[in-house]
Design a protein around this ligand. Structure first.
Ligand code: NAP
Length: 247
């Protein structure tokens, strides 16, 4: 995959992993549009990386998704890469009643349903382009769940499965489908605030490096750090790691 001269939309690109990828791709000579719900975060991102284009959008709102598509079709008709990166993560106690899982509905909406809809909406545009690609940012927790984040883990497993089918259905349609599978990334605000680096975590900048290197080699499944091993683990190994993680 050619990694310069692309026009790229990154959902959730104003912070964390999305911003690290946006900054890296902009520096490589790509036109990069980021979107998210918070204007202050989009403004901060543009201060940090001055060539980024920004658009307020809530991908879980059908009207906002349509406005985002119309904006891109009008202003960036050469768009050839969609990076589905936006996401949220919630601790959920599955045993404490239906009210407790309402936050889980938001995770299903944002981490799964919205990405499937957005992808369907952008596919007609992407299929017109040379060098077209979709990148779905899943998680190692989609391969081996952390029970503290049960719905989050399940949405990432759903995205992993959907990505396999999407890749297969698009195999003759000129759109490459990549999956980026980060392990724990310690310097983002997904869990509320950044945490200290551990032997199992990597930084958002290391994730961006892995993505760019992997896409340049047409590696369709791009793991980084521990998640790379999890992708190739046997059923028995997955059970053992699950036990260690959820003791
Ligand atoms: N951090 C980790 O340990 C880790 C590990 C594996 C995978 N990941 C995945 O990496 C991706 C990025 O996460 P991160 O760690 O970089 O956390 P982050 O900094 O919190 O990034 C999430 C981004 O998604 C945006 N977003 C959330 N809901 C949205 C919506 N409805 N519409 C548009 N944008 C929305 C947020 O912006 P607004 O709130 O302003 O909308 C934010 O910029 C996520 O898919 C996450 O699951 C993270």
């Amino acid at each position: 995959m050619k990694m310069e001269g692309n026009t790229v939309l990154i959902t959730g690109g104003a912070t964390g992993i999305g911003l690290a990828i946006a900054d890296r791709l902009a520096k490589l000579g790509n036109e990069v549009i980021i979107c998210g719900r918070r204007k202050d975060k989009l403004d901060e991102a543009q201060k940090e990386s001055s060539t980024l284009h920004a658009r307020i959008a809530d991908i879980s709102d059908p009207r906002s998704r349509k406005e985002l598509l119309d904006f891109v079709v009008n202003d960036y008709p050469a768009l050839n890469m969609l990076i589905n990166n936006a996401g949220i993560q919630r601790k959920i106690d599955l045993a404490s009643g239906e009210d407790a899982i309402k936050e889980g509905d938001r995770e299903i909406e944002i981490n799964f349903k919205s990405q499937v809809h957005l992808t369907a909406m952008f596919l007609p545009l992407l299929q017109k382009q040379e060098n077209a690609a979709i990148v779905n940012v899943t998680s190692g927790l989609g391969l081996i769940p952390l029970s503290t984040f049960p719905i989050y883990s399940a949405t990432k497993a759903a995205m992993h499965s959907y990505t396999l089918s999407l890749r297969h259905q698009l195999r003759n349609k000129g759109v490459k489908v990549f999956e980026l599978i980060p392990p724990t990334v310690h310097d983002t605000e997904l869990k509320g605030k950044p945490t200290a680096r551990t032997e199992y975590s990597i930084s958002s900048s290391e994730v961006a490096d892995a993505l760019v290197a992997g896409m340049a080699k047409d590696n369709l499944e791009i793991g980084a750090g521990p998640s790379l091993g999890w992708l190739r683990a046997s059923g028995d190994e997955i059970q053992q790691i699950f036990g260690r993680m959820n003791h």
